[in-house]
Design a protein around this ligand. Sequence first.
Ligand SMILES: C[S@@+](CC[C@H](N)C(=O)[O-])C[C@H]1O[C@@H](n2cnc3c(N)ncnc32)[C@H](O)[C@@H]1O
Length: 206
Amino acid sequence: MSFYQRHIEPGLVSFACGLKPIARQRAKIVPRAHGVVLEVGFGAGHNLPFYAPERVEKLYALEPSEGMRRRARGRLAKTPLDVEILDLPGEKIPLAGESVDSVLITYTLCTIPDVAKALGEMRRVLKPGGELFFCEHGRAPDPGVARWQDRLNGVWGAVAGGCNLNRDVPGLLRESGFAISGLEEMYLPGTPKFAGYNYWGTAVAA
Ligand SMILES: C[S@@+](CC[C@H](N)C(=O)[O-])C[C@H]1O[C@@H](n2cnc3c(N)ncnc32)[C@H](O)[C@@H]1O
């Protein structure tokens, strides 16, 4: 891993994840998590203040990047939640099948290399009736914006931790056997259109 990937990239990604428009999105989705929760791609812990502590029995925080886990320490020190860090990628979730009530993913599907495998793992660990809460950026519906997303994707990924601009978030969830309820979507105010098309909602195993 290069110096950039180890030290600079986590700082840039964490800074972007802390922006106000993104915090407003977190407030819409994170408080829905309940029971035993698995957050995939925990990052620098920006979601921690948005959980409803009385609804969360335990939080498994899965984050493969050492740099991001380091940046989460301050927020972890302040949370009342019972948090266990899992130092593995989403493609290898080290939890038993049907063991969690909620999975939370925010701005993570864009970065996971084998996204279908990771979503399969999320399905595996969810209890029957368990829910996947998601808020992700992805492919815009406007052909002109989508074309720019395709053009910029490689360069963007190289500087932004492997982030993809053009993933079809609802399509990926459905292809992985999830049914989506209450899907909402929009361009996030105050963000460039090519990186700011957001999808959020709840998904259950179909
Ligand atoms: C844009 S950041 C979002 C972090 C956090 N979810 C948030 O909302 O602030 C993407 C995160 O996905 C993590 N990530 C990268 N590859 C991953 C994988 N294979 N499985 C799980 N997380 C991964 C990165 O380390 C990074 O922390």
